[in-house]
Write a protein that binds this ligand. Structure first.
Ligand code: ANZ
Length: 882
């Protein structure tokens, strides 16, 4: 394999860019020029270093950044570090080093790795969430939240993860386990800081319309916010004149069918209303329920469970008594923690009523409720009493009528409910932003004066959480063991104690994009003029794993900042794109029966047995060199009738399929890595890694090298075939085909097909005996955002003495891609009768006329009537004669 000297070239240009600050965006830019803010989700600098998933999104944004600069935009393309958080702290604890030290080391390594990939970041704008000059402003934002009553302390049931020694936000708990590490999470009450994100629920929902984001991400946020329109209805409790039960329902129209009520086991009234004879049963049930996660109580639950409290409520529409049960399918955390059960029209209630033999009354006609609830539309029946009547109405009108009546008689109100909860914002750890909060002697909470920010972390030797790791452990916060000088302070003779919780890792990433605009500002988080020019972010690229967490939190903070006038746009990220996950290399397996005879993969059932004989099959790995691709499948080379199983898996240490980007850079170069990751497939798609593909793009770059340099020289000299001559028409056409395609593809972020277009250009150019400089130069400019090092080097081989980073992007001329004439096939009754050559710009009628004039075609038309004329533009005329 012919190599080009990528090692020396890449080092050389990285140094050049750094020395010359090629990608520095000045603090004061010419604001009459258009701007483009292109942002990457900044990495958490883990000890493992960069993985191949990072350069995927980072290359995409780098291509856009380089392209936009060449198009004359002021470009902001920064990078920084999301460096607080648990892993750094856990690592620090296990190795006995301070997290600041390991974090610093990891950042240095990440920076070096990113630089080795030639990304055009403005490194003078680097931000680090653990830097006091940065988190001073994170704390400042918290003070604004406090001032607006959007931050408050509450004793709430929290997700306590003993293994991590901290509580977690709802968003960080997946199926009852911690998102990080997968450790069990228990619910228990604890006093915590909360942020009132629910107050912004409607705006977070509505403003999704303002942004150009993937539909699936918007949908995830919508579902997470979970807006439900309905009503709250008040039920009185028999024998307890002072108590009422309020339920939330989305179906007020079904009130006449409410035949029983259910309280969540945690509901505050349970103890009060349970009759003495039921107390023990109810107590036991509550205990059992507390051991289950919400998921186990709802989605996973096969048979409904519950107990009767012995008490009854009064259905306000019928005046009749209905029994009150407790059951764990009703969650304490949603709505009011209590429901009216309408078994005829709600499947959960239906199953419960069947199990416990409770009455089922149809109130919506049109369905069959003999075996399941009817949840469809219909006309109201059995819905009339002395109190109110809605019989004969459709669902929509019935709902209106019910709300009017409920509101008039003060029995209920229209109500909107959200699935989203307030954001649990404190963590019981050391390595996070300290809260800028002081607790006074009388329990009062005050913010630290703004001029005293930042509140830095105290120097501590031992920052381990203590107090035990059990489900009921009482955590002793690391900061509560800080030196007295940090922990307490005196104001007006009163002793105040600092808050000892720290902020969650999400805090720093909620606003980092703003700091890039004005990273050194010490008087405000961002200068308003600069903010106005640069915001919003024009393109944001990152993984789907942040669809709800980071992207929702950041939007919330941004809206708060918008409300206090600190930013000028309601939304931070105008356009969002997710890069797809890069999987490990494809792994192949072959199936064999007991005698060792290969069995084609489609015969293997999912449990590993033979679909026809039921015999259990063995499977073993086969090397890639032994398989061939055949259509959509992979088959054994030596016997193509045998399909093999082909699967790619997520890269993981345990699977041993992790690709280290450093190794790829060493073996093939940064340009090859960049180009390969863009060539793998559409950016958004999940794709398996393939070393052969890396080799392929590396060879492409080698051919570009040989196109422009002299192969017969020991030193890098210009290929003598490149001359200052005028290009011919065909050369111009090939070049402009590439310009048109690459330009359009970058705009639409279709980088893989842009690369194909450059490969097509190269194939053509390799065949030309002489190569006009005016053809080669624009081609290098097209290649430069993708493979900047080799492009810069060849640019200088062509005799240019500065970087190409600020050269104008080649202008596409559509006139030049028009071919003079095109060949069109002419069929008569489906048989090819001629190929005619017509002017490229000819219209349909003249082409049809031309087709009929062809002597051979004319012969087949003679004496017949033309019934149909079809023209496929640029390709085919099809005539049907009878
Ligand atoms: C009566 C009813 C009749 C209901 C009917 C549904 C259909 P979404 O759409 O998710 O907001 N519900 C209310 N609070 C609950 C809780 N804490 N735990 C479990 N279920 C609860 O669902 C709202 C519906 O879910 C409410 O409307 C209530 O049941 C139930 F034909 O009330 B419905």
């Amino acid at each position: 394999m012919a190599r080009y000297p990528f090692q020396t070239i890449e080092k050389k240009w990285q140094k050049y860019w750094e020395d010359n600050k090629t990608f520095r965006t000045p603090d004061d830019v010419d604001t009459s020029k258009p701007k483009f803010f292109v942002l990457d989700m900044f990495p958490y600098p883990s000890g493992a270093g960069l993985h191949v998933g990072h350069p995927e999104g980072y290359t995409a944004t780098d291509i856009v950044a380089r392209y936009k600069r060449m198009k004359g935009f002021n470009v902001l393309h920064p990078m920084g570090w999301d460096a607080f958080g648990l892993p750094a702290e856990q690592y620090a604890i296990s190795t006995g080093t301070h997290p600041a030290e390991t974090t610093g080391k990891n950042i240095d390594r990440f920076r070096e790795q990113l630089k080795s990939l030639g990304f055009s970041y403005d490194w003078d704008r680097e931000v680090n969430t653990t830097d006091p000059g940065y988190f001073r402003w994170t704390q400042w934002i918290f003070l604004q939240l406090l001032k607006k009553d959007l931050a408050f302390m509450a004793e709430v049931p929290v997700n306590w993860c003993p293994e991590l020694g901290t509580v977690l936000a709802h968003e960080e708990v997946i199926d009852g386990k911690s998102e990080r590490g997968g450790f069990p999470v228990f619910r228990r009450p604890m006093k915590q800081w909360m942020l009132k994100i629910t107050e912004y629920a409607d705006r977070l929902l509505e403003d999704l319309e303002l942004v150009d984001w993937p539909y699936s991400t918007k949908l995830m946020q919508e579902n997470w916010i979970g807006r439900s329109e309905g009503a709250e209805i008040v039920f009185t409790v028999e024998g307890h004149p002072d108590e009422t039960i309020v339920v939330f329902t989305t179906r007020v129209d079904t009130l006449f069918g409410a035949t029983y009520m259910v309280l969540a086991p945690e509901h505050e009234l349970v103890e009060k209303i349970t009759v003495p004879g039921k107390k023990e049963e109810v107590q036991n049930y509550i205990k059992e329920a507390s051991r289950k996660s919400d998921l186990e109580r709802t989605e996973l639950q096969k048979t409904k469970t519950g107990v009767f409290t012995g008490a009854s409520a009064v259905n306000p529409a019928t005046g009749k008594a209905v029994p009150i049960w407790i059951a764990d399918y009703v969650l304490a955390t949603y709505g009011t923690g209590a429901i009216m059960a309408v078994p005829a029209h709600d499947q959960r209630d239906y199953e419960f009523a069947k199990r416990f033999d409770l009455p089922i009354i149809e109130v919506i006609s049109g369905g069959d409720i003999s075996s399941e609830a009817y949840t469809g539309d219909g006309i109201l029946v059995n819905s009339s009493s002395d109190i109110h009547s809605i019989n004969g109405l459709n669902v929509e009108d019935a709902q209106k009528s019910m709300i009017e009546w409920l509101e008039r008689d003060k029995l209920g109100t229209k109500h909107v409910n959200y699935k989203m909860r307030d954001w649990l914002f404190s963590r019981q750890r050391y390595w996070g932003e300290p809260f800028p909060v002081l607790h006074g002697p009388d329990g009062e909470v005050t913010g630290v004066p703004e001029e005293d920010l930042p509140v830095e972390l105290p120097e501590m030797e031992d920052f381990k959480p203590s107090g035990g790791y059990g489900a009921d452990a009482d955590p002793v916060l690391p900061l509560s063991r800080a030196p007295e000088s940090w922990l307490t302070t005196e104001i007006n003779g009163k002793k105040y104690t600092r808050e000892t919780n720290t902020m969650p890792q999400w805090a720093g990433s909620c606003w980092y994009y703003l700091r890039y605009i004005d990273p050194a500002n010490t008087s405000s988080l961002v200068d308003p003029e600069k903010e106005k020019y640069w915001m919003p972010v024009d393109l944001y690229v990152g993984g789907t794993e942040h669809s709800v967490l980071h992207l929702l939190y950041a939007r919330f903070w941004h809206k708060v900042l918008y409300d206090i006038g600190a930013v000028s746009t309601p939304e931070p990220f105008a356009k969002l794109v997710h890069q797809g996950m890069i999987l490990g290399e494809m792994e192949y397996r072959i199936f064999r029966d007991a005698s060792g005879t290969p069995v084609s993969a489609e015969m293997a059932a999912s449990d590993g047995s033979h679909r026809e004989t039921g015999e259990s099959l063995n499977s073993e790995p086969v090397a890639e060199s032994e398989v061939d691709k055949k259509g959509d499948f992979f088959v054994l080379k030596e016997d193509p009738s045998i399909k093999v199983e082909a699967k790619a898996f997520k890269m993981s240490k345990s699977r041993g399929n992790v690709i280290n980007p450093d190794d790829v850079v060493k073996g093939y170069g940064a340009d090859a890595l960049r180009l390969y990751e863009m060539f793998m497939g559409p950016l958004e798609q999940e794709k398996p890694w393939n070393m052969k593909g890396v080799d392929g793009v590396h060879r492409f770059l080698g051919r570009v090298w040989r196109l422009i340099t002299d192969e017969n020289s020991d030193t890098t000299l210009l290929n003598p075939s490149i001359q200052d001559i005028d290009p011919d028409r065909e050369q111009l056409r090939v070049l402009h085909e590439a310009i048109g395609k690459v330009t359009e593809d970058i705009e639409k972020m279709r980088f893989n097909t842009a690369i194909s277009a450059m490969m097509i250009f190269l194939d053509a150019a390799m065949k030309w005996k002489t190569l006009p400089r005016s053809i080669v130069e624009p081609f290098l400019l097209l290649l430069s955002p993708f493979a900047p090092h080799i492009s810069e080097e060849l640019w200088s081989v062509l005799g240019n003495d500065t970087t190409l980073a600020n050269e104008p992007w080649p202008e596409f001329d559509p006139e030049l891609v028009k071919t003079d004439s095109i060949n069109v096939v002419v069929q008569v009754n489906g048989k090819k009768r001629a190929t005619i050559s017509v002017p490229a710009e000819a219209d349909k009628d003249s082409i049809l006329a031309c087709a009929k004039e062809d002597s051979n075609v004319a012969r087949h038309l003679e004496g017949k009537q033309i019934r149909k004329e079809i023209y496929v533009p640029g390709k085919l005329v099809s005539l049907v004669v009878g």
